[in-house]
Design a protein around this ligand. Structure first.
Ligand SMILES: *Cc1c(COP(=O)(O)O)cnc(C)c1O
Length: 411
């Protein structure tokens, strides 16, 4: 049982909740610093999945039998949990998908109905490919044009340039809340307000925000907000799409199938009400319920505590990294999450990544699904470390020593 706590004083008991942190990789104790790609899973989430299949497995929304009713209740209670967490107006504004990518595709494909070749849509230079490619497909289908908000050398978006891109032709703006490659926290409140002034809708990709701080969709007045459970200690294969009711009602259904219909004849099908309209077929029931358990877990530790502790790790690691000869950190916004992207001299990131993997240290190397950012800095990629609240300063010390050794060997 975890209570609201100061993380530093309780780090050992928190780490015990994550069995994988006790494993070895290549003969060394795992040091997992790739949390922006996926976070690790605590016992309560693992147990929720296993208990579902041991005790409850059944299909939801259909059966009159007891198991189906209990499973449906748990699934719908989870929707309420997310609705409360994000401060949505109603739980019918929460749609379960398979992830951020699926959520974005659901919205972008729906916008095909609303756009033509005179319209414009706006993305930022800081995006993950999954918030670029679906919109390019939309442009190909409709002839709409995509404009790009530029960024500066620190990896921050230029919001004056953004104002100049906006016009009454702009139909939707899609930007991440936090960059997965650099950790920059974007001023989405300003982006949302300015977009609404010209009547454009806004989709925020919150995959890297939800694990680190509280998000209030009503206060933001955002139209769509999306994230993935596996980035906040939940299982893979579950995404959450928040959409304002007006928008979700206007958007066409994305996939056809069971569960999303009201009445089907061969002449015509009428669709069910929200949220079922967007949840065709049997969903990832065990995964959704376990995602609710993951949400409870991070809320019990406390998002304020998490932010405070991760900031502490970020500052500690940044300072130590800068002691390494040839260190260049990309992404120097004052407002950033616990992500550090860097290179050492001209050593290829992949070479360092493989060497330290031999020591059991997991980091990400490459373009981090964000090639436009790498193009901006004119580099093929970076080494990226990203922290979760179970990481420690001791792990950072081990990383720093490993990086020093690797860079001596490779230069
Ligand atoms: C991880 C990530 C995605 C993609 O999430 P999936 O779970 O792979 O669909 C999109 N955007 C950002 C910012 C991310 O970090």
């Amino acid at each position: 049982m975890i209570f609201k706590m100061n993380i530093l004083n309780n780090i050992e008991s928190i780490r015990k909740e994550f069995p994988i942190l006790n494993t070895t990789v290549n003969g060394n104790k795992l040091i997992y610093l790739d949390n922006a790609a996926t976070s690790q899973t605590p016992n309560c989430v693992i147990e929720s999945i296993s208990s579902y299949y041991k005790n409850l497995n059944s299909n939801i929304h259909r059966g009159v039998h007891t198991l189906s009713q209990i499973a449906t209740e748990k699934y719908e209670d989870t929707r309420k949990k997310f609705s409360n967490h994000f401060n949505a107006r109603s739980s019918s504004e929460i749609i379960f998908t398979s992830g951020t990518t699926h959520s974005i595709n659901l919205v972008s494909s729906g916008f095909t109905n609303f756009l033509d070749d005179k319209d414009e849509i706006i993305v930022s230079q800081l995006e993950h490919h999954s918030n670029i490619v679906p919109w390019q497909m939309l442009c190909e289908k409709t002839g709409a044009k995509m404009k790009v908000i530029p960024m500066n050398d620190k990896g921050e978006l230029d919001l004056n340039a953004f104002s100049n891109l906006l016009s009454d032709k702009t139909k939707i703006v899609f930007v991440n809340h936090v960059s997965n490659a650099l950790g920059t926290v974007n001023n989405i409140q300003e982006i949302i307000e300015k977009s609404h002034q010209v009547g454009a809708a806004v989709l925020i990709d919150g995959a890297q925000a939800v694990p680190h701080f509280k998000v209030d969709v009503r206060k933001l007045d955002v139209d769509f907000y999306v994230c993935s459970a596996h980035k906040f200690c939940g299982p893979t294969g579950v995404g959450i799409l928040y959409g304002k009711k007006e928008w979700l009602e206007k958007l066409p259904a994305y996939q056809g199938g069971g569960e999303m219909i009201d009445e089907v004849t061969f002449e015509k099908t009428t669709y069910s009400e929200l949220p079922n309209k967007f949840e065709a077929g049997t969903p990832n029931i065990a995964g959704v319920i376990a995602s609710g358990i993951a949400l409870d877990y991070i809320n019990t530790i406390g998002l304020e505590n998490i932010k405070e502790y991760e900031d502490y790790l970020l500052n500690y690691a940044t300072e130590k990294l800068l002691e390494i000869d040839g260190m260049k950190i990309y992404g120097e916004s004052k407002n950033k999450t616990s992500v550090i992207s860097f290179n050492i001299g001209s050593i290829h990131p992949y070479d360092i990544g493989s060497l330290i993997d031999n020591l059991g240290i997991a980091v990400r190397t490459g373009h981090h699904c964000a090639q436009p950012i790498m193009d901006f800095f004119k580099i093929p990629g970076t080494i990226r470390i990203s922290f979760c609240f179970y990481n420690t300063t001791e792990e950072i010390d081990t990383l720093i020593n490993a990086l020093k050794k690797a860079s001596t060997m490779l230069s």
